[in-house]
Design a protein. Structure first.
Length: 302
């Protein structure tokens, strides 16, 4: 088997490329990778530093602007625009910023605010836990079943080399749940519970990791709650649309609607007509005889 720097690489797969490579060939591949590394590092400069600082500023402004737009989320265009803005901001935070900075891609700048040892991102995973599960386990043993914890995240079967178990029948449902709560699932995945069961990780280290995740979860939940309340308060402070006030009761004409801003006032109820009092009719005469004589009768009498 090939041996590099005193380490012998073996594989249970006879078709594995390492079976066909000599130590000299492996050293040659290593030298080629090192040459690429040196070439890229020599090209780094102020242009790259300006790019990452500008991207961080753009990400923060986009996230703030999207939340301001969501304060008017009762209107579909504002909801769509704000949601899209937050989605892009989250993608930038996870992939272009958090992922790359925690990989040490920008450590050459020696900027304490953009460094893998100090950067913390807007997700439930702790930086230390993610660097262990991703930088070390995933990138050291990429796609090696039993070593790379990203192969199925220890809850799904995604490789034929994984032993089949009846619990994998629920995998379609598990996929949906993991999609909805992905950042929380990754946080628990970073605990490396399989190593705890195998007694490769102490309970003391597990408690330390749980404490860090609990702190991140509290901060994430409180920030989300405060943002929701802020948006709800902004929506409640806006004037409502023109609507009629609720019906009220009128003693004369029954239920009516009271007048309000932007509506026509209730039509006044006509008062019943009052008749003039008539003189009492003389005995033996009809009620019609009590009517005063017309002007014609008065003229004839003269």
């Amino acid at each position: 088997m090939p041996s590099v720097n005193g380490t012998t690489y073996t594989s249970a797969d006879p078709n594995h490329p390492l079976h066909r490579l000599t130590p000299e060939q492996i050293d040659e591949i290593g030298a080629a990778f090192q040459a690429i590394h040196d070439e890229v590092k020599a090209d780094l400069g102020e242009r790259d530093a300006h790019y990452i600082r500008s991207l961080i500023e753009f990400h923060r402004r986009l996230g703030a602007l999207a939340r301001i737009v969501l304060m008017a989320s009762r209107y579909p265009p504002a909801w769509l625009l704000g949601t899209a803005g937050l989605s892009v901001a989250k993608i930038l935070e996870n992939m272009e910023l958090g992922h790359n900075i925690l990989h040490g891609q920008w450590d050459w700048m020696n900027d304490p605010n953009i460094h893998s040892s100090t950067w913390d991102w807007d997700t439930a995973s702790t930086s230390a836990g993610w660097k262990h599960s991703h930088n070390y386990l995933h990138h050291t043993f990429t796609n090696v079943v039993g070593k790379d914890k990203d192969v199925g995240y220890e809850i799904m079967r995604v490789d034929p080399k994984q032993k089949w178990e009846p619990r994998f029948l629920a995998q379609p449902l598990v996929n949906v749940i993991l999609m909805l709560f992905f950042e929380w699932g990754v946080a628990l995945h970073d605990l490396d519970l399989e190593a705890v069961r195998a007694r490769e990780k102490s309970l003391k280290d597990l408690r330390k990791d749980l404490k860090g995740i609990r702190g991140k979860m509290v901060r994430q939940s409180s920030r989300t709650t405060s943002r929701s309340r802020c948006s709800a308060g902004a929506r409640a402070s806006r004037p409502r649309s023109r609507r009629t006030s609720p019906p009220t009761s009128c003693a004369t004409c029954g239920p009516t609607r009271s007048s309000s801003a932007g509506t026509s006032p209730t039509r006044p109820t006509p008062s019943p007509r009052t008749r003039r009092p008539t003189r009492a009719a003389a005995p033996g005469t009809s009620a019609s005889s009590s009517v005063p004589p017309t002007s014609t009768a008065a003229t004839r009498s003269t």
